[in-house]
Design a protein around this ligand. Structure first.
Ligand SMILES: Cc1cc2nc3c(=O)[nH]c(=O)nc-3n(C[C@H](O)[C@H](O)[C@H](O)COP(=O)(O)O)c2cc1C
Length: 156
């Protein structure tokens, strides 16, 4: 059985709920990815063209992640979770991923969204997790779905 890390970013709490449930079901450890400058509600109000999130996206700004996941090297399997932003992972998730050696890690990607599917958000993470193998990427919604998926994760 793999030692599992669940590293997730959340702006409004949905992805945290999924991550916490996955942690319970899989026995994995949780790490919350937090930007060096945390987002306020105003920052993520994407209806406002001048909101921080829209500017970062339009200008492809780097959004550094605060802190480091402890003992990252000890984990065999990493679940990376985030809300879909503009069809893929928020920039801070890329920054988080860039900070580690991913050689031979197994990775599952999960996301919550307002409706968009997982799309290519798994593939788009690849440049930031070089040497890792993505076993699957999916949008998670209901609790039953999470349970079925956690069974597969635990079997790794
Ligand atoms: C900046 C921003 C961009 C978003 N872009 C999308 C999108 O492209 N497609 C989608 O379905 N939902 C989009 N959403 C909605 C979130 O993916 C959705 O509400 C998610 O579950 C929020 O997760 P959280 O509570 O963990 O932050 C976006 C939300 C924000 C704040």
């Amino acid at each position: 059985m793999s030692k599992i890390l669940i590293a997730y970013f959340t702006a409004s709490g949905e992805t945290r709920k999924a991550a916490e449930r996955l942690a319970k079901l899989s026995g994995g450890d949780l790490f919350e990815i937090v930007p060096e400058t945390p987002y306020t509600d105003t920052d993520v109000n994407y209806h406002n063209p001048l909101a921080r999130c829209n500017k970062e996206w339009a200008l492809r700004r780097k959004v550094p992640a605060a802190g480091k996941a402890p003992h990252f090297e000890d984990y065999d399997l990493v679940l990376i979770g985030f809300p879909i932003w503009y069809g893929c992972a928020p920039n801070v998730v890329n920054s988080f991923c860039s900070g580690y050696d991913w050689t031979d890690k197994k990775v599952y990607v999960f996301a919550t969204s307002g409706g968009s599917g997982i799309g290519k958000s798994g593939e788009k993470l690849m440049p930031y997790i070089k040497g890792a193998k993505i076993l699957g990427a999916r949008r998670v919604a209901g609790a039953d779905e999470l349970r079925d998926w956690a069974d597969a994760v635990r079997a790794e």
